[in-house]
Design a protein around this ligand. Structure first.
Ligand SMILES: O=C(O)[C@H](O)COP(=O)(O)O
Length: 427
């Protein structure tokens, strides 16, 4: 059986941009290596969770790994908390959070990501202050910063189980059932969490929402007084003076391990806690890579070398590269195009010349589209290339949304991809 090299570029998909000559950042980017993969293989488009769904990365990646997100997903909070070593027992409620910047009224949001320049070191100090100075009514909590403005929060009631059926305080994401869905537009105010429809009378949901609101108010007060924020303001930066919470979960997902589900041993290297949590909980082996240096030419070429070494140890590698998503969220199409070009040059450029393509099915796709115009995830399907092994070309000339839409693979669902790749790897 051939190896499977499964590369997912976060937020890759986009829509045509006038300033790029009505091309998407992917179309406009110089991507000779990915274009060659497309020319030698077949392409198509993927609705990673379902047609018309603008997924967060978590349910998209779960689907891309072949699991039905409707069946297995229990919220982003438990995934990221598990990745970061925080205990999430049944009845604890875990959230993904952002440090954010609000006006002095404590609720008008100036920036959901603190200008995307909060250092992990600054966030660590602020997290320590929150953990030491905030107390909750008949409950304890653990708050941990992760990467940049990102973090996780676990709240534990002292006398009862809590329910995750509560709304977000982060206005940028809605909840549809257990799924988190990106909103194209939203009111820039910290939302009051409340029990979700149908759970208005649930004591566990009522208590969970009340505790989240208490945490939000008290952490804001602590952050307002924090020396780090006073220094940030003096340095002309926006303060990290609020915590936005979303995607609550009150138990860990129970995935059948990949080894049992597909009888395959997969390695994985990823950048963000959410993908790390999914990899750990689906039984993928985490391949250690050096932490980001901030220089993508260095980081991506190191990743390429590690992928070449490690693919020998596994049946396949799942590689999740964050790159294009952040500039998409920031509406920075030039930076998104540059990010795609850097991945092509420094990851694929260092990987493909040394990869045994006859013995490897190479897949390149995305978890969702993050159109620069929207600055948010969208339901637009993402392009897919499948090449290598004995796969014959379907005449695709380049790697782009437009070219993929005419590919011979047509429209696919994320949860069907693994089955397709395994079939191709066995041919
Ligand atoms: O970057 C991340 O953590 C997510 O993919 C997007 O989350 P955000 O909208 O809170 O930045």
């Amino acid at each position: 059986m051939k190896k499977i090299l499964y590369v997912v570029l976060d937020g890759l998909g986009d829509t045509p941009i006038k300033e790029l000559g009505d091309k998407t950042p992917l179309e406009a980017a110089l991507t000779p290596h990915m274009d060659k993969l497309a020319q030698k293989g077949k392409s198509g488009v993927v609705h990673t969770v379902a047609k018309g769904v603008a997924p967060e990365s978590d349910i998209a990646v779960i689907s891309l790994l072949g699991y039905d997100a409707h069946e297995f997903y229990t919220g982003r909070g438990p995934l990221e908390s598990f990745a970061e070593g925080l205990k999430v027992a049944d009845g604890n409620v875990a959230f993904r959070v952002n440090f954010a910047t609000v006006q002095d009224d404590g609720r008008t949001i100036k920036d959901r990501r603190v200008g995307r320049n909060l250092t992990t070191e600054e966030a660590t100090v602020l997290a320590r202050e929150i953990n030491s100075k905030v107390t909750l009514t008949n409950a304890t909590f653990e708050f941990k910063n992760t990467i940049g403005h990102r973090g996780i929060l676990v709240i534990r009631s002292m006398h009862s189980q809590l329910s995750a059926w509560i709304t977000n305080t982060d206005p940028a994401y809605d909840r549809e059932g257990v799924f988190g869905l990106a909103k194209e537009t939203f009111e820039p105010y910290v939302a009051e969490s409340q029990p979700m429809p149908g759970y208005e009378k649930s004591p566990q949901a009522i208590e969970a929402a009340a505790l989240l609101n208490e945490f939000t108010q008290k952490s804001h007060k602590v952050l307002q007084e924090a020396a780090i924020n006073k220094k940030r303001i003096a340095d002309g930066k926006v303060p990290a003076n609020a915590i936005l919470s979303r995607d609550a979960g009150d138990h860990l997902p129970k995935f059948p391990p990949m080894a049992d589900y597909y009888h395959l041993k997969f390695g994985s290297f990823v950048e963000m806690p959410v993908e790390k949590g999914i990899a750990l909980l689906t039984g993928l082996s985490i391949v250690d890579v050096p932490s980001r240096t901030g220089h993508v030419d260095v980081d991506y070429s190191v990743w390429a070398k590690i992928a070449l070494q490690k693919i020998a140890d596994f049946d396949g590698l799942y590689i999740h590269i964050k790159g294009p998503d952040e500039p998409g969220h920031d509406g920075d199409f030039k930076a998104k195009k540059a990010s795609i070009e850097a991945i092509d040059k420094h990851f694929f450029g260092n990987l493909l010349p040394h990869l045994n393509m006859k013995e490897t099915i190479v897949v390149v796709t995305a978890d969702h589209s993050t159109p620069c115009k929207l600055k948010a995830h969208s339901p637009d399907p993402v392009p897919l290339i499948v090449t290598g092994g004995d796969i014959k070309s379907d005449g695709t000339v380049s790697f782009s949304e437009k070219a993929a839409a005419h590919g011979s693979l047509g429209e696919l669902l994320g949860k069907d991809l693994m089955g397709l790749f395994i079939k191709l790897a066995k041919e």
